[in-house]
Structure formats: C-alpha cells, structure tokens
Write a protein that binds this ligand. Sequence first.
Ligand code: SF4
Length: 338
Amino acid sequence: MSELMTTTYSMWRLFRNCRMACKWRYIDELVPLERDPNLAFGSVIHDCLECWHGERDLAKVLDHIDRTYPNRAQDDHQQADWHLARAMMSAYAEHYPAEAFEVVALEKTFEGPIVNPATGATSRSFILAGKVDGIVRQDGQYFLLEHKTASQIDASYLERLWTDFQIILYAWYLEQTLGITVSGIIYNVLVKAKLRQGKGETEAEFEARRAELIAKSKTGKSSAKRKLAEDDDTFQQRLQEKYLEPGMFHREVLYISRDQFEELRAELWELSKAMLDARRRNTFYRNTSYCFQYGRPCAYFQLCRSGGNPNVIENHFQRIAPHEELRDGAGEDAAPVF
Ligand code: SF4
C-alpha cells in the first residue's frame, strides 16, 4: 500500500487501545449492523446545535428533530429520543438567548500532514483529517467549540476533559490551516435528562394491583383507579421543567498549553510508525483489557470470539467506508463504534 491513507484521531485512538479493533474498522471496514443508540442521539444533538448556532431559529431545529424521528408513533425508542431532543433543544435556546462569543465557523473540516516533530519529515503513508463542531471568537481570542452530551456532569467528568487530546491536536491543525492562534476549548455540555414517559397500566396489571390492595384492605374494597399512560404534552412539559434545574447545561473553558502540541504530534508520529509496521507484517494484536472497557462488550466482541468467522460478518456486520464523521451532516460522535 503506497498511497496516502486518510486517518482521523478516532482511528489512532482505537489503534492505541486495541489494534485488532482498529483493523476490523479501518482496514476491513466493518461496522456492526446495530449501532449504539447513545451515539445516534449525540449525533442528532450535534446537528441541532449546528443548526441553532448557525441560524438561531428554534422552529427549524424542532422541525429537524421531527423529521429525524418519523416512526415515533410506533417506535418507543424514537419516541423517547424525540421527546428528549425537543425538550433539550427548547431549553437550550432559552438558557442561552445570547452568546458572549461570535461564531466564526461550524462543522469545520481540515486535513494536514503527519509530521515528525523532531526532523520536520512528513509521513508518506498517512495524513490526518478531522472536523470540529465550531470555531468562535470571544474577547479577541479564538476558541474551539466542542459539544458534548453527558448523562451527568460531576467533578470527575470535568476532570476527564483534560484527557481529550483529540481536540487539542485538532487545534494545532486548524492553526496551521487557518493561520490563527487557538487559545482554548469551550466545552458545551448538555445533560441527558433521565425522566421516562409514564406508560400506564394494562388492564391485567391494574386488576392484579387492585386485588392486592383489596386483600390488604380491612373493608375488602379499593377505590384504586387504573394508571393511564402519560400523554405527550404532559411528558414534554415535565421534561422541559427538568431542564430548568441547575446543572443541566454547562460550559467549561480549558486553555491550551503550547507544550501539549509538541507532545501530541510526537505521539501521533510514533503511532503512525507502529501502524506502518503492523500493516506491513499484518500483525494487529488484541488488547483483551479493552474488550469490556465501557461496561459492555466491544462492538467486535462476537467477531473476535469467533476468530473472524465469515458467517458472523455476514449476519452481524456491514461494510461502511471509514471516517463517517468527516462526511456532511455527521457529528464526531457518529464516528466510533465503541
Ligand atoms: S473484542 Fe477485545 S480484542 Fe477484539 S477487537 Fe474488541 S477490544 Fe479488541
């Protein structure tokens, strides 16, 4: 393979974490048929935020959400995500009626060489490409805007932002591409409310509960009424009230230390050399410490366990060209299958 291969930080991170997973995704181009619903929701919110920060037109954002979930009347997952996305974005628009920053660019892509920082030599095998959610200017300084959806924001979540090396490396590439100095990152965090729409009782469930209450009652009677499903308006109202509570939206600004650029570029160079070697010798070893990294099996677990059985590939995977996140309309969250 002598042509220049486009890479992303997601690919290098996966290569560092488990070389075999990297091979499944980026060499064999395999993606599980079933995608992680959390990633899909994050991707929808990225699209909504791009629309909101571009035009500040909530009606357009809500219309986009409606069109994203066309089968919500029949599909409980779509219905739940539709409610959450509408409540989250409506409350977001209210929470940030004006911004202290000015938007310079949204969903900005870039591409650049991978360079040996010690010698200035450029890789003849790989280039790095990426996309940032936004570039903004505040008080005369440039910042990258990075959207995150989170289950909760606590001290450890904010601490972990320090390890987000991808965005720092991207800042370096954008500086080279645009000729600007990036002072830091504004993390725009939106919390996913955990409320669920009340489902109500079936006739049988109600009868069972009523019989239990009657058995406990001294009079042998019960005035219990069947619990009805919560209607859409009531649930949407409840969700929007949840978003009025403090801590549902958070902005964290991290300033970039220039030393980090050199360290990360050096790491990237080392990874690119290791990848060349793995590719040349076709040796992508497995890191089994990573198989359950996020409290669930890795997306390629079945495949690894079967030793790459073609039937498993046929029935559970599809082939999709890598770096989906670089294509129009895809947020970075859409990229990794982990
Ligand atoms: S199942 Fe484990 S060894 Fe296999 S690709 Fe995933 S993390 Fe790597």
